[in-house]
Design a protein. Sequence first.
Length: 337
Amino acid sequence: MGGFIVRRLTFAVLIVLGISLVTFVVAHAVPADPVRALAGSHATPSEVAAARRAYGLDKPLPLQYLSFLWSLAHGDLGVSLLSKRPVLDDLTQYLPATIELGVSALILTIIIGVPLGVLSALGTGRAGRVASYVARVPTLLGVAMPPFWLGLLAQAIVAGHFAALPLSGRLDVWNIPPPTVTGLYVVDSLLDGNPSLALAALLHLILPAVTLSFGTIALLTRMIRASMLDVLSQDYIRTARSKGLRGRVVLFRHAFRNTLVTSVTVVGLLTGYLLSGDFLVETVFSWPGIGNYGVNAAVNSDFPAIIGVTMLVAAVYVIVNLLVDLAYPLLDPRVAV
């Protein structure tokens, strides 16, 4: 186990380094000059050159990359060209909003996707076929509808026409955010003893969380369905049924338990996706997370912020995949590490 962890950590570091190099090159290949834009249209060439030197953008790209790696090794992601603050401070500020949205979407994905996946695998009997067809409808819709389009549609119908839920943001403008403990507004409001503010934060969370989870629910449902159909066709399932075991016992105790490895793999990948923040969903709902922060950085060619967001997303995926790999032997002792 120790050797496996070392190998995975080494591989993870190489992946992160490769991602940092690709992101650095692509970000600087954009034909835009953020320093000139930030300096203003009336800035003199000497002022622009001074600003470029201040941000280290006057050096050759290889030296800039090596300087970035050296700073990264010391926990320094540089200074944002837009906010004039350390990128690490910006990420620390925006990350809790993304975590709150991502965890909410992940909870919805699991509690809806797992039962739908099991139901859609049922095909025996009239009731089973009906349940299978009904369960497959949301998966088709989830695959067909892009998240940003679904978000705009939800805003127009639910928030706009019916005024049932807030349109965007984490709180209304007249609400004062709760004292920061975890950075999660719902949790912090409850810790502060303010259930009305917690309800307001929860209502703002519903539309973006449902929008973000809609596609992942479809993916998880389809993967569990495929895995369940494969398991249900195995000989030991037919043997269990021939012994007279009830369908519920066969389905959950024998079939579903043997799909856990596949389920955990998919959930792990979806966790990395959700916790890294869906950029378009956060932009549509004006959700102040790292996705929205990354979009603004890309639009304004904020190189340090772009690379910082990319490194954070890469780190989330690497850590989640490592945890998934470590969970395999616990779920199935036949899996060797």
